[in-house]
Ligand binder design. Structure first.
Ligand SMILES: NC(=O)c1ccc[n+]([C@@H]2O[C@H](COP(=O)([O-])OP(=O)(O)OC[C@H]3O[C@@H](n4cnc5c(N)ncnc54)[C@H](O)[C@@H]3O)[C@@H](O)[C@H]2O)c1
Length: 340
């Protein structure tokens, strides 16, 4: 993945931001600071969030309804509303010929995700999802050593995302609004990284367990899980262990890592001092380790930067978007493993 190329001023896309809460405002600030859009409209149903965002872009036109926003002459819509709204809003924007960049999850389940990707393909419109960890320098460096054969044949992966806090907004705890708990929120990033790095044609769930307050649950459509674990096996023979949680006592803010083992060596991508933002990458050879990437790395807004850069040049659909369907299918298989 190359650095974001300079985009000519006269091709800057006109963008509509739908939902300017925590992450929506954050991503808008990235685009404004990178000068990747200077023509912005915003929409939120909560006036205080509109007011805060207008402090960042005083020139933005502000709306309270998606229909009014979509009447604007905009090239793309950035969606950062609660997860239950993503698929419906993305489809509406695509139907009207807008490109879409959506926060994860694109849909609460496989059916919703597939419907959005199909609509993007039908309208031949660019679709992006904010799987931001892909864009860290650490993951990029690890992708390189996997692809150049440094690690040999990869056969085992451990992926962990434990957050010692839980989300601070009530809608995250209603599965009808969020689509799921920590697996949907954090595990979706791990599943995305596994598919991104190893690109296996298919992945089977061998074991899964999802829990709420220390008890296994099988009704994930009624209760959100705060701990999830799964054992997966790819069609290329990679054995993968995944674990994620909210409010786990891990002795630090977060424990996030991906450890990868191959016939010639290993690699790890892990957070530093419990940080949500600082990551280090290392490669291993038996008991020897070499650090290949250290913080700082300002990666949070890179996914939207790439999307906006691409939109400035070409707004058409990419077949790589089928990855979103693959990751939604795998998440659904993990949830369904425990279903009674
Ligand atoms: N990519 C990532 O790593 C990442 C990180 C954080 C959050 N997220 C995702 O981003 C989404 C938003 O999360 P958040 O923490 O910013 O939530 P938030 O509650 O802070 O923001 C949501 C915003 O949407 C607005 N909204 C609600 N209904 C609306 C509607 N019908 N039309 C327009 N605006 C509406 C709310 O008023 C609020 O301002 C979630 O889906 C979450 O999973 C992704």
């Amino acid at each position: 993945m190359s650095e974001v190329a300079e985009v000519r001023q006269d091709t800057l896309p006109k963008l509509g931001f739908l939902g300017v809460g925590w992450i929506g405002k954050n991503r808008l600030e990235t685009l404004v600071s990178c000068k990747l859009s200077d023509n912005i409209a915003i929409c939120d149903t909560y006036q205080p969030n509109i007011d805060e965002t207008l402090k960042v872009v005083p020139s933005a036109k502000a709306y309270e309804s998606i229909d009014d926003l979509l009447k604007e002459n905009i090239d793309g819509v950035v969606i950062a509303t609660p997860s239950a709204l993503h698929a419906k809003q993305a489809i509406r924007a695509l139907e009207l010929g807008k490109a879409v960049f959506c926060q994860k999850p694109l849909g609460r389940n496989l059916a919703e995700t597939r419907a959005v990707v199909n609509q993007a393909q039908k309208m031949n419109k660019l679709l992006g999802v904010d799987y931001s960890y892909r864009y860290t320098k650490g993951i990029q460096a690890i992708k390189e050593v996997i692809e150049d054969g440094t690690l040999g044949k990869i056969y085992a992966v451990e992926a962990v995302f434990h957050n010692s806090y839980g989300p601070d907004k009530p809608w995250f705890y209603d599965p009808k609004l969020s689509g799921g708990g920590c697996l949907m929120d954090l595990g979706s990033h791990l599943v995305d990284l596994m598919l991104y790095l190893f690109n296996a044609p298919s992945t089977e769930v061998r074991y899964a367990n999802i829990l709420s307050e220390g008890k296994t649950i099988s009704n994930h459509w009624e209760t959100v899980e705060d701990y999830a674990e799964a054992q997966l096996c790819t069609s290329s023979g990679i054995s993968m262990r995944l674990a994620c949680s909210w409010r786990l006592s891990v002795g630090k803010d977060a424990e996030i890592y991906l450890k990868i083992y191959g016939t010639k060596g290993g690699a790890s991508f892990h957070n530093v001092n419990g940080s949500f933002y600082d990551f280090q990458a290392e490669i291993y050879s038996q008991n020897y380790s070499e650090v290949i990437v250290t913080p700082p790395d300002d990666w949070g807004g890179r996914a939207i930067q790439y999307w906006a850069e691409r939109l400035a040049k070409n707004s058409s659909f990419s077949l790589s978007n089928n990855e979103f369907i693959k990751s939604a299918a795998l998440l659904e298989d993990i949830y369904n493993f425990t279903r009674v």
